[in-house]
Design a protein around this ligand. Structure first.
Ligand code: KIV
Ligand code: ZN
Length: 505
């Protein structure tokens, strides 16, 4: 049985999802959950890209105890130096150097000849190898690169000291047959005495990211790159949970295992969905809410007679629980902290107090506090600590068939702002007021409302995305509350305050 390594890039490629913007604390929280899930290597960020990314990579390097921590770098010495600085404290550091090799990228983006590209790979992989024991090289846009040139680029990187070769399907262009053949070709033609790890990295533009990753594995790749819930640039990346479960369920076929603890899958997915603001579609493979729902009479009848008739994955396998021990009004601090630890949150004494108070406030309104409620509550805490603004008051005047009015107050770092406005609907009146407070007029590009859990006392969960009309920077916000208007206001305040910060630098 081969063991496939899992490389998670949720915090790097995943953060390239429009609207996703994790703060350092959120990144560390996700990283620790990924470690618990069984990820072998985490790509913690792109240290040269911003101070925030550098700081987050550094924090994750200090926090991870078992997994390798990687940082991304272009073929530039300053990028490699910055990654080296950020990863100094990591127990197991790794650098990921990339350079595009397709004709279209070399000619139009890099404005470099193929010979110059090979020279740059040689120079920068050598430079990286002088600083890192583990060097990964990616020929960007590999699947649209001429095969013979791709082989030359990969051979150059190996000769310069790279021992991990990642083959990115940067634009999601390939298909399983072709991608599998590419791995077979490279593996057969590379000349080296070194043991090389071949890795897949796929994007989902044509809906084939998971199939492509599995085809790579079938053809000799022993590492797979991807993200939790498949988030990422455009249509996203390979969803790692899908690959992990496919390898498990079809072990008979793939003859491969992974170090992923499958029963941590749902929790990992929930945390990433919550902190990214990207909800998991109901019909999403493996972790979607409908993944285990059997609707038709024939299916239900079959499942009742023998679950194996229609169920290849059980909810238990991926850690979907029935909330056998939900918390409630009478739960004490100890039960609360224990449950949070189970969910992957390690709170300091000072952090427990406000979180427990918010839990008690919630328990006064809701009979059973589920894992989903707690994850939402904790995400709110993390955002509040990160200096994002908080909604402190909301008053709405509703007139049937008329103009609606709203008064909103917001607090941020001890300063408060109040504004009132009208709109043709209550939400518009609220959002107009919030725009006045932040003195900006972002475009509302997404507004979704859903129930956080099942049941009549479910909280409303509102997802919004706002976009700055000048920079096109997009930010997601989430608001959770019993009241739909309050949840809508919270989501918009969160997104607006992050957008304000981002656009003001
Ligand atoms: O998709 C891609 O090409 C990438 C590289 C940086 C590996 O994400
Ligand atoms: Zn990518």
């Amino acid at each position: 049985m081969r063991k496939i390594q899992f490389f998670d890039t949720t915090l790097r490629d995943g953060e390239q999802t429009p609207g996703v913007n994790f703060n350092t604390k959120e990144k560390v929280q996700i990283a620790l959950q990924l470690e618990k899930w069984g990820i072998d290597t985490i790509e913690a960020g792109f240290p040269i890209s911003s101070e925030g990314d550098f700081e987050a990579v550094q924090a994750i390097a200090g926090a991870a105890s078992r997994m390798t921590v990687a940082g991304l770098a272009r073929c530039q010495k300053k990028d490699i130096d910055r990654a080296y600085e950020a990863l100094k404290e990591a127990k197991f550091p790794q650098i990921h150097v990339f350079l595009a090799t397709s004709d279209v990228h070399m000619e139009y983006k890099l404005k470099m000849t193929p010979e110059e590209v090979l020279t740059s790979i040689k120079e920068h992989v050598t430079y990286a190898r002088e600083r890192f024991e583990k060097v990964q090289f990616s020929p960007e846009d590999a699947t649209r690169t001429r095969k013979e040139f791709l082989l030359k680029a990969v051979q150059t990187a190996i000769d310069a000291g790279a021992t991990i070769i990642n083959i990115p399907d940067t634009v999601g262009y390939t298909n399983p047959t072709e991608y599998g053949q590419l791995f077979a070709y490279l593996i057969e033609n590379i000349k080296t005495e070194q043991e090389i790890t071949f890795s897949s990295h796929c994007h989902d533009d044509l809906g084939m990211a998971t199939a492509n990753a599995l085809a790579a594995i079938e053809n000799g790749a022993n590492r797979v790159e991807g993200t939790v819930n498949g988030i990422g640039e455009r249509a996203g990346n390979t969803a790692l949970e899908e690959v992990a479960v496919a390898l498990h369920i079809r072990q008979d076929y793939y003859q491969a295992t992974s170090g992923i603890s499958l029963n941590e899958t749902k929790r990992t997915s929930d945390i990433v969905a919550r902190l990214s603001g990207v909800a998991v579609p109901r019909n999403k493979a493996v972790i979607g809410a409908n993944a285990f729902a059997h609707e038709s009479g024939i299916h239900q009848d079959g499942v009742l007679k023998n679950p194996e008739t229609y169920e290849i994955i059980t909810p238990q396998l991926v850690g979907v629980k029935n909330n056998s021990l939900p918390l409630g009004k009478l739960s004490g601090r100890h039960a609360f902290v224990t449950k949070l630890e189970e969910l992957g949150y390690q709170l300091s004494e000072e952090e427990i107090k406000p979180a427990f108070k918010r839990f008690k406030d919630l328990a006064d309104k809701k009979k059973q506090i589920t894992d989903q409620d707690l994850i939402a509550l904790m995400a709110d805490e993390t955002r509040a600590e990160a200096d994002t603004a908080r909604l402190t008051g909301l008053q709405v005047q509703y007139v049937s068939g008329g103009r609606q009015g709203a008064i909103v107050s917001v607090e941020q770092q001890g300063e408060s702002g109040v504004a009132s406005a009208i709109g043709s609907g209550s939400i518009q009146a609220i959002y107009n007021s919030i725009d006045q407070i932040f003195e900006q007029q972002p475009k509302l590009v997404n507004y979704e409302i859903m129930a956080l859990t099942a049941g009549e006392d479910a909280q409303a969960e509102v997802h919004v995305s706002v976009e700055c009309p000048q920079t096109h920077k997009r930010i997601n916000g989430i608001g959770v509350d019993f009241d739909v208007l309050e949840a809508s206001a919270k989501a918009y305040v969160q997104a607006s305050s992050i957008l304000k910060k981002e656009t003001e630098g």
